[in-house]
Design a protein. Structure first.
Length: 122
């Protein structure tokens, strides 16, 4: 019997990592989704044990496929379909320390960019 598989964009949407399937397909086309270390197209199939890396909301998510689903499932079932290996999010103190520019303030000056880089630890 063949091992079950599903499209990567459908699986990402089904387990509620992204809100819509079109957003999942756009993330794949934009190069934000990798399956087993290689960039994934939306129609690429995933199987149990595959590692999926995706960038969601400025945060890297690393998940392993524990169960293949092709249709949207409830949150309790979705949690059983993946093993989350993502690094913990940065503390709120670090996020609050990053300077925010006012909308319409233009490009940062060289001095402001250096200060920002210094705060981020680059």
């Amino acid at each position: 019997m063949a091992e079950p598989s599903a499209r990567v964009d459908s699986w990402i949407w089904s387990v509620r990592l992204l809100k819509t399937r079109s957003a999942a397909a756009s993330a794949c086309r934009g190069g934000h989704v990798k399956v087993n270390g290689t960039p994934a197209k939306p129609a690429q199939h995933v199987a149990i044990g595959d590692e999926i890396r995706l960038r969601v909301g400025g945060r890297d998510r690393i998940v392993e496929v524990a169960r293949v689903v092709a249709k949207r499932v409830g949150p309790a079932v979705a949690a059983e379909c993946l093993i989350d290996r993502s690094p913990p999010p940065p503390p709120k103190e670090v996020l609050a320390a990053l300077p925010l520019r006012d909308r319409g303030a233009g490009r940062p000056t060289k001095r402001e960019r250096r200060d920002t880089d210094r705060l981020r630890g680059r």
